[in-house]
Design a protein around this ligand. Structure first.
Ligand code: NAD
Length: 634
């Protein structure tokens, strides 16, 4: 598809920040541009501003003097909407108010010729809603630029349900001809960038609300370990908490208050207090002149003469490796806590937070709460010896970077699965729109979807099952990918876990009689499935709660026995959230939450089509004996 010809005039309505930027882009690309604004003098003022911006672009070497002069001659402010007659494309960038935009589009429809394409730069409104009452909604699409439009390359071309495919194709070609990188998105809340980016802020605020990590440390880890250009708090201070919160709220509302998008209470309070960020002289941090607090950093530790061996090579960007010195073993976090990894073993497992690559300046680590001090110091000394600054974090699921990247990858996968955009476009949008160091879909694929789902499951068990629920499609990806199994060491570990749980399962006639099947097992986790048969429902067609309890309890038992120790239940509580009916396919996902010596706590969530219908917590105790011979443990 060809772009709109340069000879075709372009109209821009709304001469604020975005309208001025878009008009500049179109004029530099060679179009005659007519700028209209309802406020007296606003369009003329915007044209003056664009002239100044063009001059600055020349000074900075981004534009030749004659290109700027030519662009300036093509720009003009117009006084009425009728002056836009004859434009082949009109881009609307007025206030973010549905009724104002609807009225404007009705006016444009009356003024512009039948072939003119009408585009909206809305960030959060539905293209369908904007075009709803028009006679020809097929010619309306979103053309979502990012601020500042002349500098940022990304443009989301947004198709509503009634947008003509040819119109979207034309806008993609035109945005490319204007020097932009277009991506295609369906008109769903937040399109690509504003939807997929929510966890970047959301997870940071949750960490701060929990009081476990301070803001400067979160920012430093995401920058110096995760490779993000700016930390979430410094970025939100720059954007403005009012703007950031408004996007969060609009996505949350548009998704029917889905807990995945629940806005932060802390950010609400900042906005209520007028602490909007840099523009008000302070937000999370003080104003521009206020000294920035230093991130938490471990003091240098003189590393002793211990020899460290590693399997899979130490690499904080890749799951599956291990490095140890006999007393301490380092592993990349997989969502479970260091206490869970350590179990009752004599050596201490210290977890390393995810990093973008080996060159990370800083690494976060976490050890079990009561780990011997010398073990933690040995881990710090080892990492400092490799040249990393080290931040010691509390032993919480997913630490800082891993939980952020896992939730971003899940949001990217969800956008792809919901048909918002292709994986490639999601990644392009996040790299160009918000400067992410890697596309989150590609990042999730590289880490393994099993790892991503594992981190989410651990967060679901520890914090909020609704917010961190794994979608059925992501669960399927995780099952298909197998992820961690590629690593021979982890595979051996998981293999023992699987054989131990199989040995236990073989003797569990009751669960088998109910038609349960074990779907997946690895150390401390298990998934068990059950279909609700006609003989499992009561007179109202509702599955007996006792059978859902039995399903959760079976998953709990399998997960506990993955440690290859005979385990019995000490107690279990279940909360039913929604009923199950005949024919429903139920999936119980068990994750060990805590383990110490011979006792453990395991959380189980029972899902139906990705929705939580029951939550179960079980406490277990080991009794002497193994399920399969211990010597096979290697
Ligand atoms: P702004 O407040 O800077 O400018 C809006 C302009 O629209 C004002 O000059 C106003 O006088 C004019 N206006 C209002 N009603 C009008 C009407 N009926 N007819 C003609 N002109 C009218 O706003 P902005 O930040 O440039 O945002 C404009 C649009 O772009 C919004 O939909 C916003 O969501 C979207 N957007 C903003 C950003 C951003 O970072 N600011 C980024 C992407 C998209």
């Amino acid at each position: 598809m060809e772009a709109i010809a340069r000879s075709v005039p372009v109209g821009v309505v709304g001469a604020g920040t975005m309208g001025a930027g878009i008009a500049q882009v179109a004029a530099v690309a060679g179009h005659e541009v007519r700028v209209y604004d309802a406020a007296d003098g606003a369009a003329a003022a915007a044209v003056e501003t664009i002239f100044a911006h063009l001059a600055r672009a020349v000074d900075k070497g981004r534009l030749l003097q004659e290109e700027a002069e030519d662009a300036a001659t093509r720009l003009r402010a117009v006084g009425t909407l009728e002056d836009l007659a004859g434009c082949g494309l009109v881009v609307e960038a007025v206030v973010e108010d549905l009724e104002v935009k609807r009225a404007l589009f009705a006016g444009l429809e009356a003024v512009c010729g039948p072939d003119a394409v009408l585009a909206t730069n809305t960030s959060s409104l539905s293209v369908d809603a904007v075009a709803e009452s028009l006679a020809a909604p097929a010619r309306v699409a979103g053309l979502h630029f990012f601020n500042p439009a002349p500098l940022l390359p990304l443009v989301e071309v947004v198709s509503g349900a009634r947008t003509d495919d040819g119109v979207a194709d034309l806008l993609v070609a035109t945005a490319a001809a204007w020097g932009k990188t277009p991506v295609r998105a369906a008109s769903t809340p937040g399109f690509i960038v504003n939807r997929v980016a929510r966890p970047y802020y959301g997870e940071a605020f949750r960490l701060l609300e929990a009081g476990s990590v301070d803001a400067a440390t979160v920012d430093a880890l995401l920058r110096e370990s995760g490779g993000f250009r700016m930390g979430p708090f410094e970025l939100a201070d720059l954007i403005g908490h009012d703007v950031n919160l408004a996007v969060s709220r609009s996505v949350w509302e548009a998704f029917g208050r889905d807990p995945r998008f629940t806005p932060s209470v802390l950010q609400e309070r900042l906005v209520a207090d007028g602490r909007l960020g840099r523009k008000t002289g302070g937000g999370i941090y003080g104003g521009d002149d206020a000294p920035r607090p230093a991130p938490s950093t471990a003091e240098p530790v003189a590393s002793g003469p211990t020899a460290w061996a590693s399997s899979g090579g130490f690499d904080p960007s890749t799951p599956g490796w291990r490095a140890g010195n006999g007393d301490v073993e380092l592993r990349l976090t997989d969502g479970r806590t260091a206490a869970q990894h350590t179990g009752g073993g004599p050596s201490t497992v210290v977890l390393v937070d995810l990093a973008l690559d080996r060159a990370a300046v800083r690494l976060g680590i976490a050890a079990p709460e009561h780990a011997p001090k010398e073990h933690v110091e040995a881990a710090i000394g080892f990492l400092q010896g490799l040249g990393h600054a080290v931040t010691v974090l509390p032993d919480t699921p997913g630490l800082v970077v891993a939980r952020t990247v896992a939730t971003l990858a899940a949001a990217a996968a969800d956008a792809v699965d919901s048909g918002v955009a292709t994986a490639e476009d999601v990644d392009t949008a996040m790299r160009l729109g918000v400067n992410y160091p890697r596309g989150p879909y590609e990042w999730g694929s590289a880490l393994g979807w099993q790892w991503v789902a594992g981190v989410l499951d651990a967060l679901a068990a520890a914090e909020d099952p609704g917010r961190y629920r794994v979608s059925p499609q992501l669960r399927r990806r995780a099952l298909e990918a197998g992820g961690r199994r590629d690593d021979p060491d982890v595979a051996g570990y998981d293999d023992l876990a699987r054989r131990a749980s199989e040995a236990m399962w073989a003797a569990d006639a009751a669960s088998q009689a109910l038609g349960m099947t074990v779907e997946q097992v690895s150390l401390g986790t298990a998934m068990v499935r059950m279909r609700v048969r006609p003989d499992m429902v009561n007179g109202h067609g509702v599955c007996h709660g006792g059978l859902i309890f039995a399903l959760a309890d079976s998953a709990f038992a399998v997960a506990c026995n993955t440690h290859n120790r005979r385990t019995v239940a000490q107690g279990g509580d279940i909360t039913f959230l929604a009923p199950a009916h005949e024919g429903d396919d139920l999936l119980a996902v068990a994750n060990e939450r805590y383990r110490s010596g011979r006792t453990g706590v395991c959380d189980v969530t029972v899902y139906r089509d990705g929705a939580t219908i029951a939550e179960f917590r079980g406490r277990s105790r080991e009794i002497p004996g193994t399920l399969v011979p211990d010597e096979e443990e290697t």
